[in-house]
Design a protein around this ligand. Sequence first.
Ligand code: G3I
Length: 408
Amino acid sequence: MPTIPENLSRRQTLASLLALSVAGCSGGAGTSGGGSTGTIVTPAPTPAPTPTPTPSIAAANIKGSAAAKKMRFGSSFAWSGPGWDVASFANPNYAALIEHDCTILVPENEMKWAIVQPTNTTPDWTQFDAMMAYAESKGIAMRGTNLVWHKRDTMPAWTESHDYGADPVAEAKRILTERIQNVCRRYGTRIYSYDVINEGVDPGSGGLNETALSQAMGGAQTLIDLAFRTARAEAPGAQLVYNDYMGWDAGSTHRDGVLALLRGFKARGVPCDALGVESHLASPLPVANAIANQTPGWRAFLDEVVGMGYKLVITELDVSDGGFPGDIATRDQDVADYARGYLDLMFSYPQLTDVLVWGLCDKYSWLQGFQPRGDGLKQRCDPYDATFQPKLMQNAINAAFVATTARP
Ligand code: G3I
């Protein structure tokens, strides 16, 4: 029985199996039939067409291409026990993707306040400790997201229902300060960059989100400023980031709100170093028109951000293909083209050096659950497909690194 080499891709394996089965059929046909006139002649079988395998795509060297430009690429990842089929370092299939492409990592959920401290008791760092140990064992740098995700439904439930007592300002400041100390005193310089505040602007109004904690403290601006000042005091060497999802594909209210916040930081001397641009992309078709139409407004926004002295970080890149037709070849091309157009624009800003995707593999993307396609097909939103094979998006990300100029 012929064997299939172990290192073949799924498509190559299927093609090999088909080729073997075709060879087997032809051999059988060739030995039957024939004979003299008058005997029943078995018609020669029509040869089965040689299958044309979909060309498999080689994984590009993103790590090397980014390093050549003094840039870095990375991804979110998760914790799990051994044998779990999730986007974890303990899943050998996912770890192989991390180790092929990434020099930076960020926990998808395991550092969030509501996850490590769901009740008003001691935080549990078991999972994130294991993730940190993995990253360090591989020489991969770690981002932290996030110190405070400032929306009512993403804060720990207990901070919403907490009795802030007779001196609510002091109590709220104590709780916020302790949260930031808990993280920064444990991990310190082992985390090179923190999302200090995540999604603090209301996209609808452009104003700041309020929570029970911020209201007890006297308002969101007080909370946000205190968070950054505390983070700087507790992790003086770390990059401090305001992270949000204001995008090039939406109206300007959200962007204007973020600009107002960033201007306020400068006016008040709040130590925020960078804007985290989440980059959960979704394109109207055709992609080329969307890129052209969205570029002027987005450039104006980014120009103002960097003009104030902020750096840029792409923190959560993926491309929802919910608006694209089902055909996989076309869909993968559209996703890759949109990502490439976006990255080319973003990379034109030398203030951007770090790019992280929100997952390397379609199989585990948050979009499968949060934004399922209407036709029931799976999203193909990440660089690798559900069988861990590289897609055009993986190559497009690499091509953007190759095309850009080296950072100083
Ligand atoms: O951990 C529980 C698990 O015990 C339970 O069995 C399971 C059942 O649903 O839920 C698990 O928790 C889920 C968690 O992800 C871990 O998988 C939560 O329900 C789910 O709400 C949570 O979703 C995360 C979401 O943030 C909310 O925290 C997504 O994975 C994560 O991708 C998403 O990430 C956010 C960024 O932090 C901020 N920017 C937007 C981005 C996408 O929404």
